[in-house]
Design a binder for this molecule. Structure first.
Ligand code: PLP
Length: 408
C-alpha cells in the first residue's frame, strides 16, 4: 500500500484500462495536494504583481514571493536570500550562467570541463560559450559502472580549466558524481563550478556550501512544485560582477534615453513579472519534502532500486546501463534496453499495461554516442512508488519480446 496515495490523486487512476504506474519521475514528478492547494490559495487570496504595487494585496504577494526565496535559500544552504534567483527551470538557470558569466569572463583557449553524460541543458550552453569565445570543451568520460574515475578528474581539470559544469546526478545512469572532490580540484586551479542539481535535489539534501558550488541550478517540477519555476543559486560575489541576462521591467535602477543602471541582487536577474504562484508552490513542495525527510525518501528509493535491478537481472535479453555492482552511488534511475526491440516500442507496450516510462536519448546525445547506442528505455522512481509498481513494470517488460514475435 502506498502511504502517500491520498496526497497524489493523479496516481489513483487508470491508463489504458490498467492502474497507472508512473515511472517517469526523472522527467517530471507528480504534485501532492499540499502543493496544488498552496498555489490555488495564492491565486484565490493573494494574487497581485509582486514588487509593483503599494496597496495591501501587492504587499502580501511580495511577502509570499520573497518568503519563498528565503525558504529556498535556507533549504540549499545559501548564505543570503539574494543568492537565490528565480528562473523558469534549470535550463534557464544554466543559460543565465553561460550568457552572463561565460560570455563575460571566459577567453580564447580557456577550457570548460564537463562529463560527457551531461544533459543538453548543461552542455549546449557551454558549446555556445566555447564557440563565441574560442574556448574549448574538455570531456570527462565515466567508466562502465557510470562513475567518473579519479584519473579523468585529475587529468582533465588543469590550469587551463576556467569552468567546470557537472550534474550532481546523471539523468541517464543515475550515477551520483563526486561533486565536492571535483569542486576542490576545480578551485585549486582557479576554475568556477556550476552544478546541475535537477536530478539530485528531489532525492537528496543539497547544500551548496558542502558541495562547493559557485553556481547551482534546479527545476521545481522534478521535486513536486509546479512547472515554470526553477532556481539559480550563485555566490553573491560572482553574481554581483556579472551583467544582467534578460533586460526590462523590475531589473533596473534608473533608465535614461541612452543608458540604464541596474537593480541590486536578486532583481538584476529577474526581468519582468515573476512566477509568484510558482514560487509559492515551490515553497510548499520544500515543506512537503522536509515533512517526509530525505532519509525516508532515500531508504524507500534504495529499496525500489535494488528490487528493480534484481528483477531486471532475471529477465533475459535485457541490458542495464551503468552501475549494477556499486549501487551506493546511484539514484533511482535505470536505463536499459531489450535486445532487438526499439526503446519506443518497449515504452508503447508498457504503456498498454498502464506503465509510464521514458524512451529516447534523454537529452544526452553525446552520452548516447559514447555508449554507442541511439536511445534507451528509462524507468525512474520517486518515494511514492511501491514494490507493487516495480512488479507491474517487470511483468509487462517480460511480455515485450513475445508481443513482437521474438524469442523470450
Ligand atoms: C540533469 C538534468 N539537467 C537539466 C535538466 C533540464 O531541466 P528543465 O527541462 O526543467 O529545464 C534535466 C531535465 O530532465 C535534467 O535531467
Amino acid at each position: 500500500m502506498n502511504p502517500w496515495a491520498k496526497d497524489f490523486p493523479i496516481l489513483n487512476q487508470t491508463m489504458n484500462g490498467k492502474r497507472l504506474v508512473y515511472l517517469d519521475n526523472a522527467a517530471t514528478s507528480q504534485r501532492p495536494l499540499q502543493v496544488i492547494h498552496a498555489v490555488d490559495e495564492f491565486y484565490r487570496t493573494q494574487n497581485a504583481n509582486p514588487h509593483r504595487g503599494l496597496y495591501e494585496l501587492s504587499v502580501q504577494a511580495t511577502q509570499r514571493y520573497e518568503g519563498a526565496r528565503s525558504t529556498i535559500a535556507k533549504f540549499i544552504g545559501a548564505k543570503k536570500d539574494c543568492e537565490v534567483i528565480f528562473t523558469r527551470n534549470a535550463s534557464e538557470a544554466l543559460n543565465l550562467v553561460a550568457y552572463s558569466y561565460g560570455l563575460t569572463f571566459l577567453k580564447k583557449d580557456d577550457e570548460i570541463a564537463l562529463p560527457v553524460s551531461e544533459h543538453h541543458s548543461n552542455l549546449v550552453p557551454w558549446q555556445m560559450v566555447a564557440k563565441a569565445k574560442g574556448a574549448k570543451l574538455v570531456y570527462l568520460y565515466p567508466d562502465a559502472e557510470g562513475h567518473l574515475p579519479e584519473k579523468e578528474i585529475n587529468s582533465k581539470i588543469t590550469e587551463k580549466t576556467k569552468l567546470v559544469a557537472i550534474a550532481h546526478v546523471s539523468n541517464v545512469l543515475g550515477s551520483v558524481y563526486p561533486v565536492r572532490k571535483i569542486a576542490d580540484k576545480a578551485h585549486s586551479v582557479g576554475a568556477v563550478v556550476v552544478v546541475d542539481c535537477a536530478q539530485s535535489i528531489p532525492h537528496m539534501r543539497v547544500d551548496v556550501q558542502e558541495l562547493g558550488a559557485d553556481f547551482m541550478a534546479f527545476s521545481g517540477h522534478k521535486m513536486m512544485a509546479p512547472m515554470g519555476i526553477g532556481v539559480l543559486y550563485g555566490r553573491e560575489e560572482l553574481l554581483n560582477k556579472m551583467p544582467p541576462f534578460l533586460r526590462g521591467g523590475e531589473m533596473i535602477e534608473y533608465v535614461h534615453e541612452q543608458d540604464a543602471t541596474f537593480a541590486p541582487l536578486p532583481e538584476k536577474f529577474e526581468a519582468g513579472t515573476q512566477n509568484a504562484g510558482g514560487a509559492v508552490g515551490l515553497e510548499a513542495a520544500v515543506r512537503y519534502l522536509e515533512g517526509i525527510g530525505y532519509e525516508r525518501i532515500h531508504r524507500t528509493e534504495r529499496e525500489l532500486l535494488n528490487y528493480a535491478l534484481d528483477g531486471l537481472a532475471e529477465i533475459p535479453h535485457v541490458t542495464v546501463y551503468g552501475g549494477t555492482k556499486n549501487r551506493e552511488n546511484r539514484c533511482g534511475v535505470i536505463s536499459f534496453n531489450v535486445d532487438g526491440v526499439h526503446p519506443h516500442d518497449v515504452a508503447s507496450i508498457l504503456d498498454a499495461g498502464g506503465v509510464a516510462i521514458r524512451a529516447g536519448h534523454h537529452c544526452a546525445q553525446p552520452m548516447m554516442e559514447y555508449l554507442k547506442i541511439n536511445a534507451t528505455c528509462r524507468a525512474s522512481f520517486y518515494f511514492y512508488n511501491t514494490k507493487d509498481d516495480v512488479d507491474v513494470f517487470l511483468e509487462n517488460l517480460k511480455k515485450v519480446r513475445g508481443w513482437l514475435g521474438l524469442g523470450t
